[in-house]
Design a protein around this ligand. Structure first.
Ligand SMILES: Nc1ncnc2c1ncn2[C@@H]1O[C@H](COP(=O)(O)OP(=O)(O)O)[C@@H](O)[C@H]1O
Ligand SMILES: [Mg+2]
Length: 245
């Protein structure tokens, strides 16, 4: 393994795993087929939040890490890196070739930068060309639909759609908006249980006391006993649950 570079990969979802992908069975099957084949470009197109970056991280964790040379780059970082060599009077095309010298390459979020300049499109086309020619395993994620990709660069699109490559377009829900169950911590569970116990005990105490008081009142009401005073009535009605600590 010569290069292993996850430049710009955030630590979020660092435990991402292929076993927990929230994708359709068909998509998951296609992903595994591609992983086993380890050849060509796998383009994963889907709306923001559908799990593209999560997928990249899961593949890195479960398939690539510590085994294959790999470079992960977020689209903007890739373009900035390629552009930076201009100032050194270097050759951008050569820089792309150098960057592509890893078995795996993951380019995340193509199209995230809304409008692309002609130069950026040219660099991307070059990148796709290099990876396509080498047939090395490459993942490109994009929030652009296949139609938008075709409009952006027909030549790049035709390579991505080549029969030796894999193109998956999904329209999943935005997982950032999905409602997640709130997991209770052990401390929260204990607090909840304590409170339930206290409420139960308070109710028991209330029942015992009200029985006693009612019995007293019954005795007072019994023939021959003196009349219940207003004060005694008030006392029984104002009986409240014992204070919870
Ligand atoms: N399989 C998954 N399990 C748990 N969380 C996920 C999964 N897939 C995506 N997410 C969460 O959904 C959100 C969006 O996923 P992300 O991969 O960033 O989407 P995209 O890159 O397509 O915009 C993130 O907060 C991520 O943690
Ligand atoms: Mg993303």
């Amino acid at each position: 393994m010569d290069k292993f570079d996850f430049y710009g990969l955030s630590s979020k979802d660092s435990d991402a795993t292929l076993s927990k992908l929230l994708q359709s069975e068909e998509t998951i099957q296609t992903i595994f087929n591609f992983l086993k084949r380890e050849k060509g470009i796998f383009t994963f197109s889907g709306n923001p939040g559908c799990g593209k970056t999560y997928l990249c991280k899961a593949i890195i964790n479960d398939w690539i890490k510590d085994v294959y040379s790999c470079r992960y780059m977020y689209i903007q970082d890739f373009l900035t890196k390629v552009k930076s060599v201009i100032f050194k009077d270097w050759d951008c095309i050569q820089e792309i070739k150098d960057l592509c010298e890893t078995k795996w390459f993951i380019l995340d979020d193509l199209g995230a930068n809304t409008t692309m300049t002609e130069w950026q499109k040219e660099m991307l086309l070059e990148f796709v060309n290099v990876r396509h020619e080498s047939m090395l395993p490459t993942i490109i994620t994009t929030n652009l639909t296949s139609k938008a990709l075709r409009d952006l660069s027909p030549r790049m699109y035709s390579r991505l759609k080549d029969k030796t490559n894999v193109f998956v377009e999904i329209s999943g829900v935005d997982k950032r908006l999905a409602v997640k169950p709130i997991a209770e911590t052990d401390e929260e569970k204990k607090k909840k249980k304590d409170l339930e116990d206290k409420e139960k005990r308070a109710k028991e105490l209330y029942d015992i006391h009200i029985e006693t008081i009612m019995a007293d009142l019954a005795a007072l009401n019994a023939p021959g006993s003196s009349e219940i005073t207003q004060m005694q009535k008030d006392a029984s009605e104002s009986l409240t649950l014992p204070q919870l600590k």
